[in-house]
Design a protein around this ligand. Structure first.
Ligand code: PGA
Length: 251
């Protein structure tokens, strides 16, 4: 049975005090230990959030990005080793905001995935098509290419550690969610591509999250899709009640 996961990507939001308050509220309202909750605050808050969640059951920590090198003269950057040493177990790689605003391409992201795994971090690898791609009906091709160039150079044992988040760019922060048909269709496609590359056993264990305007109102039907194993939540993860209600959306 695949794990159920709800990950909150706080992006560039919350002061340290507000972030810690949010964590407190989430803990207070959290009663569903069958779901793994992953909190992804800003780098600078990782250690404090990790410390707060250390003794809480069912919570883990993610960074939102990492540099592709082990260490070195890269002023202002943060390494996978630093992230792990701050108490995180996961790192989000290839979020569309990194791809769009910071020019991160699949080749670079493959390096980031490698360095994350080298430092025992589990990559949450994001992929997804733009509105133009979907309108032009090339969304499957686009995602196939992101998979191939970003992940399919991994050995089977490394690949099986990775979590994939399908986030159609047109759904992120827009209030427009993929329909269950669209989400399930793409998740099924991703799982069948993983099957073609790595075989049935690995593909059936691969964790696939949906992201893009997922909220307390639509999580239930999205999470009910056969190939959707949870969500990567942006805006709706910034309010404890909403985040917890998403966690409770699993049937
Ligand atoms: P959203 O963001 O839930 O605000 O659409 C999702 C994401 O970017 O991970």
């Amino acid at each position: 049975m695949r794990k159920k996961i709800v990950a909150g990507n706080w992006k560039m939001n919350k002061s340290l005090a507000d972030g810690l308050l949010l964590v407190d509220e989430i803990i207070r309202g959290s009663h569903n230990n069958s779901v793994l909750k992953i909190i992804a605050p800003a780098f600078i808050h990782l250690a404090a959030v990790a410390e707060k969640l250390k003794k809480e059951e069912g919570f883990e920590i993610a960074a939102q990005n990492c540099h592709q090198s082990q260490n070195g003269a890269f002023t202002g950057e943060v390494s996978a080793e630093m992230i792990a040493s701050a108490g995180a177990q996961y790192v989000i790689i290839g979020h569309s905001e990194r791809r769009i605003y910071f020019g991160e391409n699949n080749g670079l992201l493959a390096q980031k995935v490698n360095i994350a795994l080298t430092n025992n971090l589990i990559p949450i690898f994001c992929l997804g098509e733009s509105r133009e791609d979907r309108n032009a009906n090339v969304h499957l091709e686009k995602v196939k290419q992101q998979l191939k160039e970003g992940l399919f150079n991994l050995s089977p044992s490394d690949f099986s550690k990775v979590i994939i988040a399908y986030e159609p760019v047109w759904a992120i922060g827009t209030g427009v969610t993929a329909t269950t048909h669209q989400a399930q269709g793409m998740h099924h496609f991703i799982r069948s591509e993983v099957n073609r590359k790595y075989g049935k056993d690995i593909s059936e264990e691969t964790l696939l999250l949906y992201g893009g305007s997922c909220n307390a109102d639509n999580a239930k039907e999205l999470f009910a899709c056969l190939d959707v194993d949870g969500g990567l939540i942006g805006g709706a993860s910034l309010k404890a009640a909403e985040f917890n209600s998403i966690v409770n959306s699993f049937g």
